[in-house]
Ligand binder design. Structure first.
Ligand code: SF4
Ligand code: SF4
Ligand code: FES
Length: 235
């Protein structure tokens, strides 16, 4: 089956099996998202990609495209809802952008700019999370993890290693490393793994390569994420 539907009044073609997100990406229409990467099975957890389809809110990354759908993406109400989700993500972790190696190449920061978020506004949780610097090539700063599970899916489905997992629920949910000590250095993770290159934020970072690309020359320093797309597709 193939056909077309509309996003904010623009006609978008689709083919059998595509989701609204797949068709939008192919048509170069940006639907804000964080837990989606077209290389992996969508899981619909961040809810940032929610769009209105015939007046019902659905996740664009998990909803099949269908002929004649009328999708609203960049309305005032939807953008306001996205800003709310983004503000919550910022206060649930410890995000100090000026001190973060990922600044300028971070999807969370870039989507927040795109959605017009100026400040988190809510009370910060200030969770206490230790940095895992046990691996010779990579570090994990759990303070910046947004639980998108892209590293989990990449390690399990692409690398065949299942190095990462999410444990706990709700506010207690957190990323874990499958190794005897729970440390990355005690796992079979490698800097060459797919999972080392999918993190949309500054949670999984290579060691000894900080600031190789100067601030001001990074992916989102010149152009909006709506123009250049996901950081993972540029790595
Ligand atoms: Fe800012 Fe992104 Fe770093 Fe968080 S991960 S501190 S949002 S640049
Ligand atoms: Fe997502 Fe990065 Fe956290 Fe993995 S470490 S769950 S890729 S934010
Ligand atoms: Fe669709 Fe996260 S990108 S729910």
């Amino acid at each position: 089956m193939s056909g077309s539907f509309s996003i904010d009044g623009v006609t978008v073609p689709f083919t059998e099996g595509q989701t609204i997100m797949d068709a939008a990406l192919a048509a170069k229409i940006y639907i804000p998202h964080l837990c989606h990467n077209p290389e992996f099975v969508p899981q619909g957890s961040c809810r940032l990609c929610c769009v209105s389809v015939n007046d019902r809110m659905v996740a664009a990354c998990t909803t099949p495209a269908a002929d004649g759908l009328e999708v609203a993406n960049e309305t005032h109400e939807i953008t306001t809802q996205r800003r709310l989700l983004l503000k919550l993500l910022f206060v649930e972790g410890n995000h100090v952008c000026p001190a973060c190696e990922k600044s300028g190449a971070c999807q969370l920061q870039a989507v927040a700019y795109h959605c017009g978020m100026l400040a988190p506004e809510f009370v910060h949780f200030y969770p206490k999370r230790e940095v895992d610097a046990s691996h010779p090539e990579m570090i994990i700063d759990f303070n910046r993890c947004i639980l998108c599970e892209l590293c989990v899916r990449a390690s399990r489905d692409y690398d065949g290693k299942s190095v990462f997992n999410i444990s706990g629920r709700g506010i207690n949910a957190h990323l874990t490393v499958n190794s005897p000590s729970g440390k990355l250095g005690d796992s079979n993770f490698s800097a060459h793994d797919k999972a080392a290159r999918v993190c949309p934020v500054g949670a999984i970072l290579p060691r000894n390569h900080a600031y190789e690309t100067p601030i001001g020359q990074r992916l989102y320093d010149q152009e909006s994420i709506s123009q250049v797309g996901d950081v993972a597709s540029h790595q």
